[in-house]
Design a protein around this ligand. Structure first.
Ligand code: KIV
Length: 263
């Protein structure tokens, strides 16, 4: 296995060489270590942690304090994988100076190697400012969970020609702003293919078909640890909810019956 740390230039090199990029979300020290040991390229500290770890209904309640704490835990575990931290809702949309400061805190205080921002349009300008202070940035277009109320739910985007054109324009603006990668979430595979061919930075797909330069999944989804809602594009590699429940029940029985601990 390649032991060199995965960096922003390396991601772009991987795209140019046709090497696929593997990304999983991570929220704590153990997940960071496991991602590293498995040879996954990127540990994304997604604000999905608000849903799968903190139990909120959306990602909107996640704070900078949450992201700093969880990113730091992942960064203590992941030494080879690139650690990318989501910028939470309202940490970059209100004030450009705050956006740069918050991105800087995720890098300097928590140990992220890059930050990810959702959306296009004015967000591209903020991305440029963050890149200009030396912080690698990932973009995120298509279905952007921080805009769930505006989008009317977690729905496929880019189905009409007008919407597809807008997403393509946003992706191009994000590349021109200096981003080193871009997440394409829940868009048709044909649109993801077009964007992937148009950009020199890697596209990382989630529910966006097989033509992206890399793939990301929410770890709790692929491990069967979040049963509230499993998107149809998720491939489940384990059912840890069932396995954990079985272990907890066995422990409960052992304690109640006196079988654990032994003499
Ligand atoms: O928050 C997250 O986990 C994400 C991925 C779904 C890309 O942004």
């Amino acid at each position: 296995m390649d032991v060199k740390p995965v960096t922003a230039p390396r991601l772009i090199e991987m795209k140019s060489k046709g090497e696929k990029i593997s990304v999983l979300t991570a929220y704590d020290y153990a997940w960071g270590r496991l991602i590293d040991e498995a040879g996954i390229d990127v540990a994304l500290v997604g604000d999905s942690l608000g849903m799968v770890v903190l139990g909120y209904d959306t990602t909107l309640q996640v704070t900078m304090a949450d992201m700093l704490r969880h990113t730091a835990a992942v960064a203590r575990g992941a030494k080879r994988a690139m650690v990318v931290a989501d910028m939470p809702f309202l940490s970059y949309q209100v004030d450009d100076d705050d956006a740069v400061m918050n991105a800087g805190r995720l890098v300097a205080e928590a140990g992220a190697q890059a930050v990810k921002l959702e959306g296009g349009g004015p967000v591209a300008e903020i991305i440029e400012r963050i890149v200009n202070v030396g912080i690698p940035v990932w973009g995120h277009v298509g279905m952007t969970p921080q805009s769930v109320h505006q989008l009317g739910g977690y729905k496929m985007q880019g189905k009409t020609e007008e919407n597809a054109e807008r997403i393509k324009k946003e992706a191009l603006e994000i590349e021109q702003a200096g981003a080193c990668a871009i997440v394409l979430e829940l868009i048709p595979a044909s649109l993801a293919k077009e964007i992937t061919e148009m950009l020199t930075i890697p596209t990382i797909g989630i529910g966006a078909g097989p033509y992206c330069d890399g793939q990301v999944l929410v770890t709790h989804d692929m491990l069967g640890m979040y049963d509230k809602f499993v998107p149809s594009f998720v491939k489940q590699y384990a059912n840890l909810w069932e396995a954990t429940l079985k272990a907890f029940k066995a422990y409960n029985r052992d304690v109640k019956s006196g079988r654990f601990p032994s003499k």
